[in-house]
Design a protein around this ligand. Structure first.
Ligand SMILES: C[S@@+](CC[C@H](N)C(=O)[O-])C[C@H]1O[C@@H](n2cnc3c(N)ncnc32)[C@H](O)[C@@H]1O
Length: 297
């Protein structure tokens, strides 16, 4: 098992930060001699669990939830290809605005929705996820993968020109920890783009609608244990995230510019179409379900 020379050159020991070298089927931290292994599928395994017990519980739930959904994820959750035109457009715009983006990180890469769209735009891209099942789904598409948490990235400071997190932040108990990591691994002038997290203002106003929709969409009978696992893994799904306070977190982390873009789902249902009409009379972020964060270091 061998990570590509590019990936190996990028990886750092997540406990101590030093370079790693491949030796005897392991990755060895040059400074400390600490050994790191690979998943059974051959992906470098550099996961360091959160030191906080509650955050660890959420990480564990994410691992189990996404491992068990990996087989059906593309069929049940990933939307048809043309629904991601906005993803490709946004990535292309950010890469063009950067002007010299070569190395990119996709955090919470799942089965590769963003990876496959960013690959044609940059020279190298690494994908990170904590679910072995999701990483295994990604492997046929892309080899530069690492098992790690977005809140402790196994990369040195100033390693990437761009970082993305698509549908990731609401899975983290403390999203700000990931935002700080994204800032750390970005080079000066680099950009961060997060997307597809739901907006707390929308939840406060239309939580009643979301509950009806969620109940109607439930696809299979689930045990109480499954439901609890999903509740923990989709940690902020029930309330949404406060985009403006995340924007303040980005600036506090050191980003020089940060903006929130409030967005409707790419394929609006009938209810969303009504909201789009309502917005003409009453422009308000609380009418838009999703938000993106775009920040520059
Ligand atoms: C809803 S999926 C999105 C996957 C992909 N970005 C997409 O848009 O299809 C969320 C992903 O985040 C991963 N994830 C959850 N918590 C994570 C963490 N702390 N660090 C890294 N990945 C995490 C999950 O395993 C899952 O693959």
């Amino acid at each position: 098992v061998k990570p590509s020379p590019w990936l190996l050159g990028k990886l750092r020991c997540p406990l101590g930060g030093g370079a790693l070298r491949a030796a005897d089927g392991a990755l060895v931290a040059e400074a400390t001699g600490r050994r790191w292994g690979f998943t059974p599928e051959g992906v470098p395994d550099l996961l360091v669990p959160s030191p906080d017990a509650e955050s660890r519980r959420v990480e564990d739930a994410n691992e189990r939830f996404h491992d068990s959904h990996a087989e059906v994820y593309d069929r049940e959750t990933v939307r048809p290809d043309d629904a991601y035109e906005g993803v490709s457009r946004t990535l292309a715009r950010l890469v063009a605005e950067h002007g010299a983006a070569r190395e990119f990180l996709d955090a919470g890469c799942g089965s590769g929705v963003v990876l496959r769209r960013v690959k044609p735009l940059v020279a190298n891209v690494a994908g990170v996820d904590l679910s072995r099942g999701m990483l295994a789904r990604c492997l046929p598409l892309h080899a530069d993968l690492v098992r790690a948490t977005a809140t402790r990235l196994p990369f040195g400071d100033a390693s990437f020109d761009g970082v993305s997190g698509y549908s990731l932040l609401h899975h983290l108990r403390e999203p700000v920890e990931a935002l700080r990591e994204f800032h750390r691994v970005l080079r000066p002038g680099g950009f961060l783009w997060t997307d597809n997290d739901s907006n707390a203002a929308f939840h406060r106003r239309f939580g009643w609608w979301l509950e009806i929709r969620r109940a109607a969409k439930t696809k299979r009978a689930r045990t109480a244990e499954d439901a609890e696992l999903e509740r923990l893994a989709e940690f902020h799904h029930g309330t949404g995230l406060d985009a403006e306070s995340l924007r303040a977190d980005l600036l506090a982390a050191g980003f020089s510019r940060a903006e929130v873009v409030h967005a409707h789902p790419p394929k609006p249902d009938e209810f969303t179409k009504l909201l789009i009409q309502l917005e003409r009379h009453e422009p308000s972020p609380s009418l838009r379900y999703y938000f993106q964060l775009i920040a520059w270091k």
